[in-house]
Design a protein around this ligand. Structure first.
Ligand code: BYC
Length: 340
């Protein structure tokens, strides 16, 4: 059993330790080759499969950021539940916010399969170390913001998330299938709410236009920095985590949204937005990336408020977690007693 590790230099003058290291390297190389073959064949990597540490780390980063975005995303909309203009709109908004909480739960569970605990992830969020989508650091100032979040924010999210249903990591891809179905309802309810407002008074129409003006550029930034400034893209694409680049998704979103804005009767606040026949796409104006990075790095208009609200909700929910654990312990004791 220990012969290899005790081996000494052989007749070929190879030093002893190589005999120990070589089989390990060969084993790792074989595992790596198998992993690469699965990725190249567009297969799925599952939690118990071997994977390079960097792949694991990248997934934990992206999935936990995604989960944090879902739960922080509940806050700007949650602010409007008590002020919804009708019982119907209130019921829809409550259901939507609840869905976002559910998405956070599927995603935290998917990330946990990679060996990082939920407590570790939440600690990263609550101490301000972890990122979440920049879009939720802007205020929701009027009721039309609820419609615009559904139409544009969920619309951008779906554009980004449909390709994630084909992500190489099985649990993430499967979670995304359900998330996308629900997001698609969210997008349509937002658009429908805006269509109704656009048939209303001049004041209601102005509210919709104002919300579009404030959210349009922030939604374009949701897709992440330009491909030339995206440090994680090349490796993410190689591993089949990302399927379409940040800039290509942004372009797809713009091309899909322009005709929707026309039907709605709103103007998108970009004088440079126009169809380019030669490219077969819309050209658009410059995105303010300095503002984006300032927001991502904690200096947006609502970063402090969002984090403080999230931490407070977590602390005030401690008794619920304690009660659930106590209940689970009691059930386990009862089962053990019955089995004895
Ligand atoms: N905001 O190299 P890059 C929703 C960071 S929630 C903040 O391109 P990557 C909803 C990025 O993390 C939708 N940070 O990175 C919920 C990276 O930083 P680190 C949330 C951003 O990962 C409630 C750095 O910039 N969706 O739908 O290749 C109500 C460089 O970027 C952002 C997801 O999370 C941003 N917008 O690509 C309504 C989707 N963009 O980690 C709706 C899953 C970039 O190196 N995530 N950064 O320090 C992804 O698809 C990718 O992670 C991204 C970025 C496209 C976002």
């Amino acid at each position: 059993m220990y012969t290899q590790s005790f081996s000494t230099a052989d007749a070929d003058n190879k030093p002893g330790p190589q005999a120990v290291v070589a089989p390990i390297n060969a084993e790792t190389a074989a595992l790596m080759a198998h992993f690469d073959a699965v990725i190249d064949a567009d297969g799925k990597i599952e939690p118990r499969d071997w994977m390079p540490e960097a792949y694991r780390k990248t997934l934990v980063r992206q999935i936990s950021q995604h989960a944090h975005s879902e739960v922080v995303g509940m806050l700007p909309e949650g602010n409007w539940i008590s002020r919804a203009p009708s019982l119907k709109r209130k019921a829809i908004l409550i259901a939507k916010v609840q869905d976002e909480g559910g998405h956070g739960l599927y995603l935290y569970s998917a990330a946990e399969t990679l060996g990082t605990s939920r407590d570790q992830m939440l600690d990263g969020l609550h101490t301000g170390k972890a990122k979440y989508s920049s879009i939720f650091n802007y205020p929701t100032l009027n009721w039309a913001d609820m419609g615009v979040i559904g139409w544009l924010v969920d619309g951008a999210a779906i554009m980004n998330q449909i390709p994630l249903c084909r992500c190489s990591y099985g649990p993430y891809a499967r979670a995304m299938i359900r998330v996308c179905k629900e997001e698609s309802f969210h997008q349509r309810q937002g658009y429908e709410a805006l269509l109704v407002m656009m048939q209303g008074t001049a004041e209601q129409k102005a509210m919709v236009q104002d919300a579009v003006n404030r959210y349009w550029w922030k939604c374009l930034a949701m897709f992440g920095p330009p491909d030339s400034d995206s440090p994680n893209s090349a490796q993410g694409m190689r591993w089949g985590i990302k399927r379409i680049s940040n800039d290509d998704l942004r372009q797809k979103f713009i091309d899909a949204t322009v005709p929707q804005a026309e039907v709605l009767g709103v103007t998108l606040p970009d004088p440079d937005l126009k169809w380019n026949e030669a490219r077969g796409h819309h050209d658009h104006g410059a995105i303010d990336w300095d503002e984006f990075w300032a927001t991502v790095n904690g200096h947006g208009p609502c970063n402090k408020e969002r984090l403080a609200t999230r931490v407070k909700a977590h602390e005030q929910g401690q008794w619920v977690r304690d009660a659930a654990l106590a209940h689970a312990r009691k059930q386990q004791q009862r089962q053990q007693k019955e089995a004895a």
